[in-house]
Design a binder for this molecule. Structure first.
Ligand SMILES: Cc1ncc(COP(=O)(O)O)c(C=O)c1O
Length: 500
């Protein structure tokens, strides 16, 4: 902990603002380095001759400004300076690998660009090209829906063209499903650790997420049944294959069990199978066990290319019109040109070639990560892009990211995955507690001066710059145990994220 004592003599106005501003200046000027633990409220209050409440307000203001983070029971830490918005928009800096997001490897990007060029050339010769400039029928052009059905069938779920809706990616499919079928305040059960995009969506739509306990095989049936009884969720949002973030793959028997519980409690399953096709031997999706009580969402991002923005949603006929209406209300339709490219690739075998390359790359990266992280508790899968790393004590994701981030290094300062519902200290089992609507939860935390919700892990899918660069990046994580918290401020944070 630092002995930081700001000089407030030249500062006018409310004392808590003066402290927050001094903090901003010292963090900006490098006097307070990222990861530095600030004095306790009482300690700083005593040294400045102000009340503890003033320091509490000052730290709360600093949290609001993104200068520090607070962890209940652990203290207040200086955050790394965020990159300027323009720099973030420009993408990762040269020589850096962004390990914060679950991105498909782009190792063969040249090959894939060449494939795209050929596809576009072939398309340009088509006499009916203008068709792609028109509004397609609701749910997408029939041939695009047929390609979606075929793609999904190859993943182990035999469905019909009529049930498939074309979306602008999986996230959009989820948006259409949750916006079309649910109302603000509805409870949605999900794995206790869930895909952050679902949390964002729940926030946007004011849905209440109910985390359900998991084990190494994913969602636990007993906890799901308990949550159904206690909370009466309207739906279960679930990623049964290569779960994000834990990589768990749910066994068939458990899928059957979950489907039966959902049916018995009248809970609609929303299955996110965005990673399903990464498995060379696909698992029958959860939806195959409850085709009339589930909505299945997938896309081409993880297996072909995220920039295509094409997804497919399979819904029972009774629910389709409401989802289709939400597609209309959000993007009107998936862009036909993109759907055409994805459909061609699915139908002419290109998709399988790209997919095979991605699997190979994922396996190579997994081997590197496993070796580099062998001393750590990791949960991974050779066909996944991401893995779950339990940080050794006393690290938290936040303090790890703070120390690995320098003001110009460009690492995101907040891991992009987290518990479905932020853990409160008193909550026993995520499946048993009462979730708050997002607004109330935020309000309560603000009133308590509590820090933002935190996540427990670090390190997601590698991207881009090749296996050697990945080795370096993972190696930087592997050096963790040699660092202990008291030495954080002096740890040389330069270069750790710069790759040779
Ligand atoms: C579990 C999960 N679902 C959905 C998505 C979003 O995929 P898309 O790019 O198809 O919108 C992601 C992306 O990381 C994901 O991990």
């Amino acid at each position: 902990m630092t002995m930081w004592t700001p000089d407030l003599r030249q500062r006018s106005g409310p004392r808590y603002i003066a402290i927050a501003e001094a903090l901003a200046e010292d963090a900006g000027g490098g006097r307070l380095r990222p990861g530095t633990r600030l004095p306790t409220h009482r300690d700083l209050a005593d040294r400045l001759g102000v009340t503890v409440g003033t320091v509490t307000r000052a730290y709360a203001e600093a949290i609001r400004r993104g200068l520090v983070t607070g962890e209940v029971g652990r203290g207040t830490f200086v955050r790394a300076r965020a990159r300027p918005a323009a720099a973030v928009a420009a993408g990762p800096e040269a020589g850096l690998i962004d390990l914060s997001a679950n991105l498909p490897p782009a190792a063969a990007v040249k090959q894939e660009a060449a494939t795209l060029a050929r596809t576009l050339a072939a398309l340009s010769r088509r006499k009916d090209l203008g068709r792609l400039l028109a509004y397609p029928p609701e749910g997408g052009a029939r041939e695009h829906r047929a390609a979606g059905a075929e793609w999904i069938r190859r993943g182990g779920f035999a469905t019909t063209v009529e049930r498939v809706l074309v979306t602008s990616g999986s996230q959009h499919g989820m948006t259409a499903v949750f916006a079309g079928l649910f109302a603000p305040g509805d409870v949605i059960a999900t794995e206790a650790l869930t895909y952050p995009g679902m949390k964002t969506l729940a926030g946007l739509l004011a849905l209440r997420l109910q985390g359900v306990a998991m084990d190494e095989h994913g969602l636990r049936p007993d906890a799901f049944a308990a949550a159904c009884r206690a909370r009466r969720p309207k739906a279960l949002y679930c990623v049964p294959t290569l779960q994000n973030p834990t990589t768990a793959v749910m066994p068939a028997s458990r899928r059957q069990e979950i489907a039966a519980i959902a049916r018995d409690h009248g809970v609609l399953i929303v299955e996110d199978d965005v990673h399903g096709r990464l498995l060379a031997r696909p698992r029958a999706p959860l939806s195959t066990f409850a085709p009339d009580n589930s909505v299945y969402v997938t896309g081409t991002s993880k297996v072909l290319a995220p920039g295509l923005r094409v997804g497919f949603t399979v819904a029972p006929p009774a629910l389709s019109p409401r989802i289709a209406a939400a597609i209309r209300g959000t993007t009107w339709m998936a862009a036909p040109l993109m759907a055409e490219i994805a459909s061609r690739w699915i139908q002419d075998g290109t998709a399988e070639t790209i997919l095979a390359r991605k699997r190979k790359e994922a396996a190579a990266r997994y081997r590197i990560a496993r070796k580099a992280l062998e001393r750590f508790a990791i949960q991974g899968h050779p066909e996944a892009y991401h893995l779950w790393l339990a940080l050794p004590k006393p690290w938290r994701a936040e303090s790890y990211v703070a120390i690995r981030t320098s003001s110009d290094a460009g690492w995101p300062d907040w891991p992009r995955f987290s518990p479905a519902v932020p853990k409160r200290r008193s909550r026993p089992d995520p499946s048993g507690g009462r979730p708050l609507p997002p607004g109330r939860e935020r309000g309560r935390r603000r009133r308590r001066g509590a820090p933002p919700p935190r996540s427990r892990v670090s390190g997601q899918g590698p991207v881009g710059a090749g296996l050697q660069a990945l080795r370096v990046a993972v190696g930087s994580i592997a050096s963790l145990p040699s660092i202990t918290l008291p030495t954080l401020p002096s740890f040389p944070i330069t270069n750790v994220t710069r790759l040779a």
